[in-house]
Design a protein around this ligand. Structure first.
Ligand code: PGA
Length: 250
């Protein structure tokens, strides 16, 4: 089967409001004739301004995280109710920077996944191994654990609102990209893990993005691989001059 390509930009902790609105406008113009699925995920403080720019276009609006509770005494957190209110459709969860810099574990990420799904969001669930885990031959096991634990309690009916992003931690922001072959092998493995949980048909439909130093120069070779269905782009998502060619890789 042919899965739709899905290219997402994770802006991380970059851009002021003026810069964000300018970039969003450039992307709306640059991608209006694009044939794939697109998303941009700015910081929380930028969401309302960027929402006004992308509303009614072919670019989805994503948040980079959400709290694991709906509301309450959680200083510094942002809830799914607040995100929904701003028109956010998608939440990125389990990004490696959340896992490793902010010590989010699989159980916390799973709680967020279930809450986001309950409120109708699409979830991009990030998985990926550290360099030492890859060197120890544990890449598949780590990605399997993060996938299984992240999806715990997700019903087959909700699975079509899950996208998985494979992001080897050693390739994020380092300029080192996994070879298309190495990435495809993990994507195939993760797809098998999803198949074991939900059946082969559901696994076939699952969109699995690759992330980690995706650039205009390597996007097409990655996307050409059987199991790579899109990209989660960090650094190269911060300028239209690099994100648009990635998003229009073919
Ligand atoms: P990068 O980041 O493209 O800058 O490597 C990817 C990501 O962390 O989503």
């Amino acid at each position: 089967m042919t899965r739709a390509y899905y290219i997402a930009g994770n802006w991380k902790m970059h851009k002021t409001r003026t810069e964000a609105v300018a970039l969003a406008k450039d992307l709306v113009a640059g991608l209006k004739d694009g044939k794939h699925t697109y998303l941009i995920a700015p910081s929380f403080t930028l969401l309302e301004s960027v929402a006004a720019v992308v509303k009614g276009t072919n670019i989805r609006l994503g948040a980079q995280d959400c709290a694991c509770e709906e509301q309450g005494a959680h200083t510094g957190e942002v809830s799914v109710l607040q995100l929904k209110d701003l028109g956010v459709q998608t939440v990125i969860l389990g990004h490696s920077e959340r896992r490793h810099l902010y010590k989010e574990d699989d159980a916390l990420i799973n709680k967020k996944v279930l809450l986001a799904l309950k409120h109708g969001f699409e979830v991009i669930l990030c998985v990926g191994e550290l360099l030492e885990e890859r060197e120890a031959g544990k890449a598949e096991a780590v990605c399997e654990r993060q996938t299984v634990e992240g999806l715990k309690g997700v019903t087959a009916g909700d699975l079509n609102r899950i996208v998985i992003a494979y992001e080897p931690v050693w390739a994020i922001g380092t300029g080192k990209t996994a070879t298309p072959e190495d990435a495809d092998a993990i994507h195939a493995y993760v797809r098998k893990v999803v198949g074991n949980l939900y059946g082969a048909g559901a696994a076939e439909k699952m969109i699995i993005q690759y992330g980690g130093s995706v650039k205009p120069e390597n996007a097409a070779a990655l996307m050409a691989k059987e199991n790579i269905d899109g990209a989660l782009v960090g650094g190269a998502a911060l300028q239209a001059s690099t994100f648009v060619p990635i998003a229009k890789f073919n």
